[in-house]
Design a protein around this ligand. Structure first.
Ligand code: OOG
Ligand code: MG
Length: 258
C-alpha cells in the first residue's frame, strides 16, 4: 500500500530543495493508482496552502497529442494552481527557483458561474466570463521529467508557475476556440504553431472534462477560478537570458524572460 503522506512529503521537499527525485514512485510502487495519486496531490497542495498560498484555479495537463507523445503518457490529468505560482507580466523567471522549468502556451478560462456536472463544452462556455492567453511554467519534481500518469498526478501535474495574458475577452468575442491560432517563439524563432483544437478537440471540452472529473471526487470549480486548459504545443526548456513569446489570435502576446 503506497504511503500517501510520505510521497507528498518527498515531492514537497523536492520543490523546497530544488532537487529532482531520482525515480518515479511507480518504479517501486506499481500499484500506485489514479485515486491514490489524487490523494497525494491534495496533501501536496495543502502544504502550499499551509505556507500561505491560496488556490486560484486549476489546470489540465496532457490534453494535446504533442504533450502526450512527448511525455509518453496517453491520458489527461489535472492539478491545482496556487497564488504563489503566479508571475506578474514582465516579472523575470528566476531559474534557480525551479528545478528544470519549461514553458508552454495555453488558453485560459475565467470561470464566472458554477458549472454543473455532467458538463459539456457548451455549458463551460456559457459559464465563462473571459478567455485569455497564458504561458504555463511546468517543473517536474522527477529527474528528466520521467514519470507515469499516477506520478505526475501526485506531483500536482508538474505545476510551477503561470503568466496570464493581459487581454481578457468573452468567448463570444473571439474566434471559435477550436480554431484559435497560437504561435510560440523562443528567442525570436518560431518553434511551434497550433490551433485550439489541439486540446481535446476544443479547449472548452478540456474544461468540461475537468468539471466532470472533479464532480466524481465531490469537488467543484469556484466562480472566479482560472483554468488553464492544457498546452497546445510541446513545452520549451528555459535557460538564462532566453525569451519565450506565445501569441494568440485576438488575445495578444504573452511574454516571459529568464
Ligand atoms: C505534465 C504537465 C502537462 C500540459 O499542459 O500538458 C501540462 C508535464 O508535462 O510535466 O501541464
Ligand atoms: Mg500545462
Amino acid at each position: 500500500m503506497p504511503d500517501v503522506a510520505a510521497i507528498a512529503g518527498a515531492l514537497d521537499r523536492a520543490v523546497l530543495e530544488r532537487t529532482p527525485l531520482p525515480a518515479p514512485f511507480t518504479d517501486a510502487e506499481p500499484d500506485l493508482g489514479t485515486e491514490t495519486a489524487y490523494l497525494v496531490q491534495d496533501l501536496l497542495v495543502a502544504k502550499r496552502l499551509e505556507r500561505g498560498a491560496r488556490v486560484v484555479g486549476a489546470k489540465l495537463g496532457l490534453t494535446s497529442r504533442a504533450k502526450q507523445e512527448r511525455m509518453n503518457v496517453d491520458q489527461p490529468l489535472y492539478g491545482w494552481l496556487t497564488s504563489d505560482m503566479v508571475l506578474q507580466a514582465n516579472e523575470p523567471v528566476v531559474l534557480d527557483r525551479f528545478l528544470h522549468v519549461r514553458a508552454e502556451p495555453e488558453i485560459g478560462f475565467l470561470i464566472g458561474r458554477p458549472i454543473a456536472a455532467p458538463a459539456t463544452a457548451a455549458t463551460v462556455l456559457a459559464a465563462t466570463d473571459a478567455v485569455f492567453g497564458a504561458i504555463e511554467l511546468i517543473d517536474s519534481r522527477y529527474d528528466a521529467f520521467k514519470f507515469r500518469h499516477p506520478d505526475v498526478i501526485a506531483d500536482n501535474a508538474s505545476s510551477a508557475g503561470l503568466v496570464l495574458g493581459g487581454v481578457l475577452k468573452s468567448p463570444r468575442d473571439v474566434v471559435d476556440l477550436k480554431l484559435m491560432g497560437c504561435v510560440l517563439r523562443h528567442d525570436g524563432k518560431v518553434v511551434a504553431t497550433a490551433a485550439g483544437s489541439a486540446v481535446l478537440g476544443h479547449p472548452a471540452e478540456s474544461v468540461a472534462w475537468l468539471v466532470n472529473q472533479l464532480a466524481a471526487r465531490g469537488r467543484t470549480l469556484e466562480p472566479g477560478a482560472i483554468v488553464l486548459s492544457g498546452a497546445l504545443t510541446d513545452a520549451v526548456p528555459l535557460a538564462a537570458g532566453q525569451t519565450v513569446v506565445a501569441e494568440f489570435d485576438g488575445l495578444g502576446a504573452v511574454e516571459i524572460h529568464c
